[in-house]
Design a binder for this molecule. Structure first.
Ligand SMILES: Cc1ncc(COP(=O)(O)O)c(C=O)c1O
Length: 476
């Protein structure tokens, strides 16, 4: 046994943590307690009345019922779960960081300078000429980037209706293109798991608005033909979009702009260790080459006339806003703090360790890894075992499992990305969990997980019919 996240006694396959209101309630006379006029208040209100220790224990127990990167390795391929260094939280928690977004530019110079510098950092890292910080997640960055590409084509009178996307791409790429009003042309992968250049040549033409690509791709393979790919797309009059989800493999070593990409998003949680969105605040800045800069969302930040600091401005043919104000400000503060602390060498070192860790782990597991050489992530195959069952069993050995059954080019895929944050002993724990689960009996796999707060959840209902408030539960 490696270590246990939590050792719960489960009943009916579920640990029940009562709502605070189920523990103890008190009724307050609202009229007495509230300074508001009577016609704006109800007569009385029933509120939970737990003691402080009960509250502390309630929330601690709830936090232990879920998996967290702070409690163990979390090698979700493609999703890239990185530990969020606490110093970035400290910087974002500085009271000086929390200023009202409606403050005048003159009184918010520090804030504007940070945004300006972050635009510059990201531009340098990606090899892009102009950056917007506004989109609130990677997927929102994709949508913004493709909307910018569309605005560019329309501005130049190019009537183009298709976006080409490799079959191995993330689902958000297909959703982005469709939501932006494009027809999706799916590109099959070549035998080596990369873009099939001949198939690409056949797929692009006068209708191609863009090719969306991530490099290294979703099984960690570097697209070695990227220069030729860029040429093919550009010769057809299309643009090359870079899905920045895998940029942590390239940091300080290669730049999408230098490979021929015209527009890209940055998943700051995957690359610069800010918290993952998951429905909460995230950020997905977008970078573009000069020709596309005039279409970026407003506001962007620039240096004002010499000596007078920084100012927001609206690009000439902006697509408008994709989020309020400058985006999710405190996430951007964390991004900035992370980049500034690591510096050029630290970022390049993070990329090297991400690649080294993936390769070390792949060597230590008993499962086959069909494609290679890979970079920061790899897709092992569970072969004749069910990848989801192996994954559930891994939870019993004290680690979070990898992404399963995707991409489909690898049968029973276990897409694994340890990231640069894990040390050798934690990689060894992961390898042991992989190997124990993979070698286990069918009965053990069927019954897993046994040592988690909930057993197998109904994932389809969780996705299609989510109940996100206690009131929804209460109504049952
Ligand atoms: C390859 C790829 N592209 C795009 C995204 C979307 O990013 P976000 O989760 O920030 O919306 C993901 C997310 O996991 C991804 O793995």
């Amino acid at each position: 046994m490696i270590h246990n996240q939590a050792d719960y006694a489960r009943e009916d396959d579920e640990v029940h943590e009562p709502l605070l209101s189920e523990k103890d309630e008190t009724t307050v006379d609202v009229r007495e307690a509230s300074p508001l006029p009577d016609d704006l208040t109800r007569d009385e209100l029933t509120l939970p009345a737990p003691s402080e220790p009960e509250i502390a224990r309630h929330y601690t127990r709830l936090s232990q019922m879920n998996w967290a990167i702070d409690s163990g390795p979390y090698p979700l391929g493609s999703c890239t779960m990185k530990y969020n260094p606490k110093f970035t939280e400290d910087v974002a928690a500085d009271p000086n960081a929390a200023i009202h977004p409606d403050r005048s530019a003159r009184s918010a110079q520090g804030n504007l300078e940070l945004q300006y510098r972050l635009q510059e950092y990201l531009g340098d890292i990606g090899g892009m000429d102009a950056v917007t910080l506004q989109p609130p997640a990677g997927a929102a960055g994709e949508f913004t980037g493709i909307a910018v590409a569309k605005a560019y084509h329309e501005h130049h009178g190019n009537d183009r209706s298709e976006v080409v996307i490799p079959a191995s791409a993330h689902g958000t790429n297909f959703a982005t293109a469709a939501m932006a009003g494009y027809d999706v042309v799916e590109l099959p992968s070549g035998d080596d798991g990369r873009v099939d250049v001949e198939a690409l040549e056949a797929a692009v033409g006068d209708d191609t608005a863009a090719l969306m690509l991530t490099n290294p791709n979703t099984v960690g393979l570097f697209e070695r033909d990227i220069t030729e790919i860029a040429e093919i797309v550009h010769d057809a009059g299309g643009l090359l979009y870079y899905d920045g989800a895998n940029l942590n493999a390239l940091l300080g070593r290669g730049r999408p702009g230098d490979m021929g990409f015209d527009v890209m998003h940055y998943n700051v949680h995957k690359t610069f260790a800010t918290p993952h969105g998951g429905g909460g605040p995230g950020a997905g800045p977008v970078g573009v080459v000069d020709e596309l800069a005039e279409f970026l969302p407003a506001p962007r930040i620039r240096e004002a006339e010499e000596g007078s600091g920084y100012e927001p401005f609206e690009p000439a043919n902006t697509i408008g806003k994709v989020h309020g104000f400058g985006g999710n400000w405190l996430v951007l503060v964390k991004t900035y703090a992370y980049i500034a602390r690591l510096g050029d060498e630290g970022l390049a070192d993070a990329a090297a360790k991400a690649v080294l860790n993936a390769n070390y782990l792949a060597e230590r597991i008993d499962l086959d890894v069909p494609y290679g050489p890979f970079h920061h992530e790899f897709a092992a195959t569970a072969g004749d075992r069910d990848a989801a069952d192996v994954a559930k069993r891994m939870l019993d050995f004290g680690v979070h499992p990898p992404t399963t059954k995707w991409p489909e080019m690898v049968p029973e895929a276990m897409l694994t990305e340890p990231t640069e944050i894990e040390g050798q002993s934690s990689l060894d724990d992961l390898a042991e969990a992989f190997n124990l689960a993979y070698a286990d009996t069918e009965e053990a796999l069927d019954a897993a997980p046994n040592r988690t707060a909930a057993s197998r959840i109904d994932q389809v209902s969780a996705a299609r019919d989510p109940r996100l408030s206690w009131q929804a539960l209460d109504g049952e």
